[in-house]
Design a protein around this ligand. Sequence first.
Ligand code: SF4
Ligand code: SF4
Ligand code: SF4
Length: 270
Amino acid sequence: MAKVFCIDVAKCSGCYNCQFACKDEHCNNEWLPYAAKQPMTGQFWLQVEEHVEGTKPKIKIHYIPVLCNHCEDPACMKAAENGAVYKREDGLVIIDPEKAAGQKQIAEACPYGAIYWNEELKLPQKCTGCAHLLEEGKTPRCVDVCHTGAIRFGDESEFTDFIKDATVRLPESGTGPKVYYRNIPGRFIGGTLYDPIEEVVVRNARCRLSGDGKSWETTTDIFGDFWFKDLPRGTFDLTIEADGFESLSFKALDTTKDSINLGDLPMTRK
Ligand code: SF4
Ligand code: SF4
Ligand code: SF4
């Protein structure tokens, strides 16, 4: 039965414990036949990516732990010679540290950049799924130290509910990744409405966003703020109406590259 990692981004606090634990487990520790020592610097078999969306003061930050996907059809395995990369019965993809020596093409083949080239040992290296711990009936170190349960590991059959609504990184790679993610936030468009004459925020303004064949509605809160969250990447039109004020409209707001904070928006009295 294939093993999978399931990562709930909404539960990840960005504490980096998993990243540190992976280093602690593998730096200066040789876990043959699965891995040579990981160097102290330059390699992160698990890396917590920080994603910052928007601009001050409307900023949203989320964290995404990334590691080898232990793919169903791994590009690294195809690039290897002499069976230097193999798949275990449980689906974990292992780089044999003896057979892989000198095979830099293995590191270059991974579409996720999950493999690091150890120049000193002339060796491609990556996450082993902590296969040495699994053999002792333990769980991978990164999973063990996650205090929020954001990163979990087990048989694919245990996680069918999680997986059915999950996404994977770069699905177009065609390698069949086995690290599943949920709750990766989409883009947002937000702003704050205020009355420059009275110098107060405008509450309960009606905000309507359209684009991508859909529409969304919200109202400003007690701080005059409006947020449209979890939007796809694309272009959107926004109209804002509030009793006693001229309406505002914005065309082609583009979330392709980043979320959008429209900032403080003055409303003109009729
Ligand atoms: S240990 Fe858990 S909560 Fe902390 S960064 Fe890693 S996945 Fe996120
Ligand atoms: S993510 Fe890269 S290194 Fe890991 S199994 Fe897939 S192709 Fe190989
Ligand atoms: S499973 Fe082990 S080797 Fe892989 S990222 Fe987690 S701690 Fe590192």
